[in-house]
Design a binder for this molecule. Structure first.
Ligand SMILES: Nc1nc2c(ncn2[C@@H]2O[C@H](COP(=O)(O)OP(=O)(O)OP(=O)(O)O)[C@@H](O)[C@H]2O)c(=O)[nH]1
Ligand SMILES: [Mg+2]
Length: 200
């Protein structure tokens, strides 16, 4: 068995604001990204449980910040945190702003050393203006992050090379950690899992 195998997982709770779980000392791996980019599918892929987290064709599926507690042989306990997506056009402006506030609140309230943000991007769509805004916010907080392009089953190598250049232009840091994977086909999701769990 791989040393990064996840031994167990359980859903703990969904939060929509201040909650003790934010500060209980257990490290958080947070999945943030546009609505419909595949955050929940990524969690299922990483956990190797197809239907643990609800996913859907209609954007706006996830409405709360959902905490899943996992345990691995190396890392005692951690939370995988599935957030609602940003940028879903088909809800009211009020709802959209509320979700935006919730995501921003989460990012800015994370404890510095006990969190890693996984910003999920759509390999087909590329980095949108909204993605750039959240990336900017994440970078300003100084918290560690990785960029994870999902849905690579929809693109070719040429497009992947273009994305790489786009990232360097935007982030201006050659050391930024980037993943290209598919939650659907499972391609390269093991690389993302290894990194998130072991940092390598
Ligand atoms: N082609 C392809 N489709 C994918 C992939 N990952 C997810 N999808 C599809 O994208 C849609 C959205 O997936 P979700 O996992 O619900 O996305 P989400 O980011 O959690 O969406 P919200 O909760 O609404 O923000 C579903 O129809 C998935 O089947 C992938 O790697 N490739
Ligand atoms: Mg979701």
């Amino acid at each position: 068995m791989s040393t990064s195998a996840i031994q167990s997982v359980r859903f703990v709770k969904g939060v929509v604001g201040e909650d003790p779980i934010m500060h209980d000392g257990i490290p958080q791996l947070a999945f943030i990204g546009r609505s419909n980019v595949g955050k929940s599918s990524t969690l299922n892929g990483l956990l190797e449980r197809k239907k643990l987290v609800k996913t859907g064709k209609t954007p706006g599926k996830t409405k709360e910040i959902n905490f899943f507690e996992i345990s691995t042989p190396d890392l005692q306990k951690a939370y995988f945190v599935d957030l609602p997506g940003y940028g879903y056009a088909k809800v009211s402006k009020k709802q959209r702003l509320e979700l935006q506030e919730l995501i921003r609140w989460y990012i800015t309230h994370l404890k510095m050393h006990s969190a890693l943000i996984c910003l999920i991007l759509d390999a087909k769509v590329g980095i949108t203006t909204l993605d750039e805004e959240y990336l900017d916010l994440i970078q300003k907080t100084g918290r560690p992050f990785v960029l994870a392009f999902n849905k690579v089953d929809k693109i070719n190598q040429k497009r992947q090379n273009e994305l790489q250049k786009e990232v360097f232009n935007i982030v201006g840091n050659e050391n930024v950690k980037i993943f290209y994977y598919s939650a659907q086909s499972g391609r390269n999701i093991n690389l993302l899992r290894e990194y998130l769990l072991k940092g390598e």
